[in-house]
Structures are given as C-alpha cells and as structure tokens.
Design a protein around this ligand. Structure first.
Ligand SMILES: Cc1ncc(COP(=O)(O)O)c(C=O)c1O
Length: 448
C-alpha cells in the first residue's frame, strides 16, 4: 500500500488513543506512517528516519529489532504463541516470575500476578489490596490514597486513582474511595479514624511522568514506607514508567532501598516489545488468599492473554540483556551527559526554557510560551511537530517536552536528539532568530 492509501484507510476507520480525531482526520492532516525500526530509529513509509525520543511512549529499552529479543520471541513462536493461563502454566512465565522476584531482597516481593499493561497492573494491585483487608478481617480499610498529579492508567479503577482531572475524563472518581494528597505531610494530618481506613497508598516513585516529569524530593519513599509500617497499611509502587533502568537504577525504589507491598510493572518489562504486565506482592498478601476454594479466597481477576508466552519470552530476553551487557553501568555516563547538556540548553535559552527536570534517563524540558501568546495554542505540540522534519519524534505534556530515549542510545544519538529539540524550540518560539548552541548535524544516511 502507498502512504496515502494507508492514511486514507486509517482516517476512515481507526480511532487513536489520546488523539483529537477531528484534527487527525482533517483532509490536510498527513499522519505519520511507521514502516520499520532499527535500534533507536523509526522509519516511515517514505524512508525518513526519526529518533525514538520517547521510547515509543516509555516502553522501549534496548532498541527496536534487537536480535536477542527478536530471536527469543521467534523461538517461543515456534513452540506455542499463546495458551490460556487459567488452568495451565508454561516455562517462560514460571521462569520470568522467578527472575523478577530474585531482583528483590528475600522475603519481600515473592509472588507475581501477570496481566496485560500498566493500567491492569495497577488495577490488580488495588483490587488485591481491598480483598486482602477483607480476608484479614479489616474490611473497613477501603480508602486508597494517591497523589495529586498522579497518573496510573486508564481502566476505571486506575483512572480513579489518577490525580490529573483531564485523564479521569467523564469517568470522574466513580465513587471509589480515593483521597488525593499533595505530599506526605498530609498523611500525618489525617485524623486517627481516617488513618485506620487506609487500604493502600500508591505512588509513582521518584518522578510523576504524566504530570510533566515532576520530581519527588529525596527521602520521600522512605518516609512513605515508614508511615505505612507505622499505620499497618500497604504501599504500592507504580513503576510502570520508572521500572527497568529509566531512573538509572533497575527500579526507582532502589534509590532509597525501599520495597513496596505491591510493585506494578509493564511497559519496559518486555523491553517494549509486547503487552505484558506484572503485579508483584508479598507472602503476607498472598497467604491471605490461601484457603478452601469454597471460601472463595480466590483472586477473581484475569484476562484471556494473562501471562502471554511471547511477552514472557521477550521479558526474559530483556533481563538477560541487562545482565550480559551491563546496561545500567553503560547508562550512568549517558545520564551525566544528559544532565550537562540540559543545563547548557537552559543556560543558552533562559527566556525560552522555564525549567529542565531530569530523573535518570527521563527528562522534561518546560518551555516558556511567548508573552501575549494565544492561550489556546499548544506550544509543546507545535515544537514536537517542528522536531519531526529534524529527525526527532517525541510528544509533549502540555508545555513540557519529553525526552526519554531508549537506554541503548549512544552519546552521539543523544546529542542528535538534543540538537533537534533545541532547533525545534528556537524555530517555534523565536521564528525570526538565528539558532545558536547545538549545531544540528545533517541526518545520517538512511542506510545507517
Ligand atoms: C506511571 C504509569 N502507570 C500506569 C500507566 C498506564 O500504562 P498503560 O498505558 O500500559 O496501561 C502509565 C502509562 O503511561 C504510567 O506512566
């Protein structure tokens, strides 16, 4: 099919996520059609290539079409592509569960419940928490505490936990007993009878992604853990974005040596190759679900593709890459390089860049809209569009531009992405000025 034919078919029949469809389907709109990928590069149907600046929405770790992950999926495909996880198991899932729990201190996270994506990983954690409290005779523990600005996914339960009104959409809070707080101090301000009703506290550790890369102060995770222990309640870490190296350690909780009672993993779990999620929990929680089936101590939750063998095979290969290629060790100098580059970028454009926020290999560059600007104009989106012909694909969160490259990105590729972003910022915000700072290198040849 030609690019135009694909675009026409898509516009006629497809409904895209988080997308103003009137704009997408407008006659003049020409949606990007990606045909293939290699490493950190995505190629469109016209042969142009783009640096995958947000790791395909925070999923890709080792690059696209990595031979090790591709081979692992192919090998599994030759055995069985899919088999129900209800009433049967398979080697990739059993091995993956064992490898995941081995990443945590003994007697902490020891059980793995597989699901499909970040939203369902969170959904499982909150349902498990509620059911746990029922089984241990404390059904009054129903309140879920989440943070303002949080994003935990789109299913109705996960969306109810979210602290960004626009993402809750028409679902609102759906009557779920969710309480949003600004910071940990608010926990101490709860009345004693309120503290006794807390079922769980959920947080995106170290950094809130969808809030625009909002960083938590150091020590907050330890304080949260201490509060949960003191009040005998459960702590949920949503590491859907931060998990698997993005913050510079394998998990964000590692920075403060804090282990939660539930850990939600998805996105990078498979290296970004297929939908698979995992909710890890403790023996304490698991044991509450043990008992005669007649007592219905079963976790009545699961989907057709739970524990999908291809996803598990990809995840095992991704973990092997972390071990065999010292991915985290290699990442450390790149994180420092990114930090320096972001500071220089900000210094060069003090009037255009309001703030740069970085957590490991996750960066948010908040721009300052021009004074007297049209408040309806989406500057962040315009800058990301301007970055496209420069060979960079990413998305903004309002006026914050997200740069979250795959972990395998080289320093040279990182500089390319930064140069494209700087050029796009200056072109959109100061269209008459001549660009300075980074000099945009010509796009390396298509064949690279
Ligand atoms: C922290 C966090 N939790 C949950 C989700 C939802 O994940 P998914 O889109 O895979 O359902 C996201 C997605 O961006 C996320 O960033």
């Amino acid at each position: 099919m030609t690019t135009a034919e694909i675009q026409a078919l898509d516009k006629a029949h497809v409904w895209h996520p988080f997308t103003p469809m009137a704009e997408w389907c407008a006659p003049e709109a020409a949606p990007l059609v990606i045909e293939r990928a290699e490493g950190v590069w995505l190629y469109d149907t016209d042969g142009r290539r783009y640096f995958d600046g947000n790791s395909s929405i925070w999923t890709n770790l080792h690059g696209h079409r990595h031979p090790v992950i591709t081979a692992a999926i192919r090998e599994q495909l030759d055995r069985v592509a899919h088999v129900s996880f209800l009433g049967a198991t398979h080697e990739p899932a059993a091995r993956l569960a064992a490898e995941l729990v081995a990443l945590f201190p003994p007697d902490t996270l020891s059980r793995v419940f597989f699901s499909d994506d970040g939203s369902t990983a969170v959904e499982c954690a909150l349902r498990l928490a509620w059911q746990y409290w029922e089984w241990v005779g404390q059904p009054h523990r129903r309140t879920l505490i989440a943070f303002s600005g949080a994003y935990h996914g789109d299913t109705l339960g996960a969306a109810s936990l979210g602290g960004i009104p626009v993402f809750a959409g028409t679902a609102g809070r759906l009557g779920l007993p969710v309480r949003h707080i600004e910071d940990v101090d608010a926990l101490d301000a709860l009345r004693p009878e309120e503290k006794r009703t807390v079922a769980a506290i959920i947080i995106e550790p170290l950094v809130q992604g969808a809030a625009g890369i909002r960083l938590w102060p150091a020590g907050l995770l330890r304080r949260l853990r201490a509060w949960c222990d003191a009040h005998d309640t459960l702590l949920i870490f949503d590491e859907v974005m931060t998990g698997f190296g993005r913050t510079g350690r394998l998990f964000a909780g590692d920075h403060e040596a804090v282990t939660p009672d539930f850990l939600c993993l998805a996105k990078g779990l498979t290296g970004g190759y297929s939908p698979l999620a995992a909710t890890l929990t403790t023996r304490r929680v698991f044991q509450a679900f043990l008992g005669p089936a007649t007592e219905r101590r079963t976790f009545f939750y699961g989907h057709s593709y739970s524990g999908h063998p291809l996803g598990c095979a990809a995840a095992l290969a991704s973990l092997r890459l972390f071990r065999d290629h010292q991915v985290l060790e290699q990442l450390s100098p790149k994180i420092s390089h990114l930090a320096t580059a972001l500071q220089h970028l900000r210094q060069r454009h003090p009037s255009l860049i309001r703030d740069v926020r970085q957590c490991g290999f996750i960066a948010g560059i908040e721009i300052t809209p021009p004074t007297g600007h049209d408040p309806a104009r989406r500057w962040g989106a315009d800058i990301c569009l301007a970055a496209r012909p420069l060979g960079l694909l990413t998305r903004p969160i309002h006026n914050t531009l997200i740069l979250m490259p795959p972990l395998c990105t080289s320093i040279q590729e990182l500089d390319f992405a930064l140069a494209a972003l700087e050029s796009a910022i200056t072109r959109v915000l100061t269209p008459d000025a001549t660009p300075g700072g980074f000099q945009l290198q010509p796009l390396p040849p298509e064949a690279l």
